[in-house]
Write a protein that binds this ligand. Structure first.
Ligand code: RB5
Length: 143
């Protein structure tokens, strides 16, 4: 299952991502926020981390203005490997090398607002390569 969440600064992009997923016939769960009204991004990062703890094979797409606050917040949880990506190449590599389970997007970045579909597609369709990367991902869990 794909799980989405954002703060107010990521709300518009979250709605765009939802439309894109619907068009691709990809099911998702939306944990909010539900408007442009100001909210606190750590609350939504925590909601996502809790959902992903219960739903082991889920993947997240998490959005705030810069993506930075959400990155800091979501990576505090041990079962999360969140990747703030600004282009298709890093979205793909976050899966291949880091086995990232949360794609973090910058909702106030003009570049991201133009290219988000290719980032989401790369993230959702790319597989973890394992091999030498597995050891490094295992090391993350032990930090
Ligand atoms: C909200 O104004 C903004 O600070 C937030 O979306 C995010 O960019 C924080 O890192």
């Amino acid at each position: 299952m794909i799980v989405l969440a954002s703060d107010h600064a990521g709300f518009i992009l979250k709605e765009k991502v939802k439309k894109y997923l619907t068009k691709q016939k990809i099911a998702y769960v939306d944990l909010g926020t539900d408007s442009n009204e100001s909210v606190d991004y750590p609350v939504y990062a925590k909601k996502m981390a809790e959902y992903m703890l219960e739903n082991k094979n889920s993947q997240g797409i998490l959005i705030c203005g810069t993506g930075i606050g959400m990155s800091i917040a979501i990576n505090r949880f041990k079962h999360i490997r969140g990747a703030l990506c600004h282009n298709k190449q890093t979205a793909k590599l976050s899966r291949e090398h880091n086995n990232a389970n949360v794609l973090i997007l910058a909702g106030r970045s003009k570049k991201t607002l133009i290219s988000y579909k290719s980032l989401v597609k790369a993230f959702l369709t790319t597989k973890f390569l394992g091999g030498r990367h597995q050891k490094r991902v295992d090391m993350l869990s032990n930090l």
